[in-house]
Each structure stands twice: as structure tokens, then as C-alpha cells.
Write a protein that binds this ligand. Sequence first.
Ligand code: FES
Length: 351
Amino acid sequence: MSSQDIPEETLPSKQGEAHEGAVAVAGDPFADPGLPPHEHRIQDIDERAAKRSERAVAFMFTLSMLATIGFIAAYLAIPVDKNIYVFPIGHVSAMNFTLGLTLGVALFLIGAGAVHWARTLMSDVEHIDERHPIEAPSEVRAKVIADFHQGAAESAMGRRKLIRNSMFGALSLLPLSGVFLLGGLSKAPGTKLRHTAWGKGKRLVNQNTNQPLRPEDIQVGSLTFAMPEGMKEEDHDFQNQIAKAALMLVRLRPENIKDKKELDWSVDGIVAFSKICTHVGCPINLYEQQTHHVLCPCHQSTFDLSDGGRVVFGPAGHALPQLRIKVNDKGYLEAMGDFQEPVGPAFWERG
Ligand code: FES
């Protein structure tokens, strides 16, 4: 905007008049100071300064575009299980860190560019809106106060001091329950997820039929859910226990198993993995036979059961824990111990 484009009412002489026109109203101890003179921005009177601001805004938007391209490149290029050391946070997922950083920079620069644009180049005209009194007429206020007193008298609050005091006590204590609930969310589970109901020699039982499983019960292409022998739905602790011990079994062709440890821990291609998603703990229940991938329905984390339960897509940060199994001398599948790492969500430190 050049100086010729500036509205006349915002020129210093006009605004100065408003300021000088300050008047004291009779009976009002404070004089209305009026508006101070309007100060024009350098960009309004110097075309070169305006151009500089324009370039600065365009520069921020361009950097934002680059950050977005960096976000996409990081998403495509960084392996999901790669960790890096970031001072002072420690070891973090390289992909999560880079995605957060680039997205944060892209959003910040869009915001900063918009603010700079508004402050230096958008219209700088001052408008005056008249403010009307918001106070209610005195008769309305008097009626409200009278109604309040009448309501208080009818509720007998003044006379029934025991009710009044206990009610105030109850109302002031109630918010504490929320404080305690929120406080509970800040506690990490400690070692509670380190041990499950699995142990050496525990037979694998079909979760639907309650029957111990033999290798021949697990067919290629099917997903079988299992739990440790001895757990009963009527047990008071059943839900807590199954939430940690739930297991899924899949039979793969041994030549398709890419991970050597996984192969050693399997029986004739039958692999057993925790069914609890390592993102925030939903049960996994979708299996794709061709790719050997299982999918968590909550946020689409996808794990490769032919490659150590590795995360191939989605927000989960860790592979699914595998349970080491064997066939006992009676021909049933049994565990060779507990999981060797905590099952479930990975948002606290596992070490
Ligand atoms: S809980 Fe499985 S992807 Fe979020």
C-alpha cells in the first residue's frame, strides 16, 4: 500500500484531532483521553519495506513447504524400527522424531508467516465500535436480588445450617475424586506387564473351545487364539490375566520364516505371538495369509508374523512379543516359559 492509498481518517492530522478533542464530562472525574495519534507502519509508507515483508512471508511459506516434503520423505525413507539418540530425551524412534519435527516446523512456519503478513501488510485501518452500556436497569437488578433472597428463604438454607454446611463440604470435596483419577493416569505399570500367566510346561488351550491344542489343530491360513491351561472365565482375575496372556497362533511354511530366532521358537512352522497390540493394547484379530501380516483394528498397526512380529506399518513402536513353544511327550503344544519381554503398549520405558 502506498501513502496515497491510506484512508484519510487514519492520517495523523485526523487522528490527532480525536486525541486533542478529549473532553471532561460534568460529574465524571476522568476525562476521555481520546485516541492517540495513529502511527503508520513503515510498510505503509515505504514500498521497499513492504516488498521486504512480502518476501519474508513468502520465505516462511516456502520453508514450510520444504518441511512438509521432508515429512513425506521421512515417512517413506526411515525404517520404522530405527532408533536414534536425541539429547536430552534419550533413545527415540527415528521416524516418530523426524515426523514430529518436520510437521511442527511446517505448521509453525505457516502460522508465523500468516502473523507476519497480518501485522505488516494487511489493512491497518482503525475502526471504532461504540460500546453500549451492558448494566441492567436498576429495577431489574432489584428484582433479581429480591428473587434470590426469596429463594434462599424458601430453601431454609439459613435455618438448616447442618444441611448447608454438609452440602458445601460435599461440593468442595467432589473435585478431589477427579484429581485422584487423573493422578492414577500418571503412574506407569512398573513390572505388572513383565509377567503373564504363561510359564514353563503350560499347555496352550483353544480360547473358544477350552481344549488343549495339538499341532495338527493349527492349519495354514487360519488364526487361532489361545490361553494358558487352567484359566477359567469365572475366575475373578480372568479379565486381568487374559488381557496379558492372550495368544495367537499361526502356521507358516518353515521356509517362509525369515527370522532365525522365530524359527527356533516355533514348532513345524507354528508360531505363537502376543495378541495384544504394542501401540495402546487393542486385541489384534485380522490375519492376511498371503503376506503373513496381522492388523490391529484400532489404529491399523500391521505386524509381519514371518519376520519376528516386526512392525511394518502404523503407530506401534515395538515388534509383537513371541512365546517359545514345543510339543510335549503327549503331543500337545506347551509353552517353554513366559514371554521374554513385557507385552502390550510400549509407551513407557521397557528397559
Ligand atoms: S492399539 Fe493397535 S494400532 Fe493402536
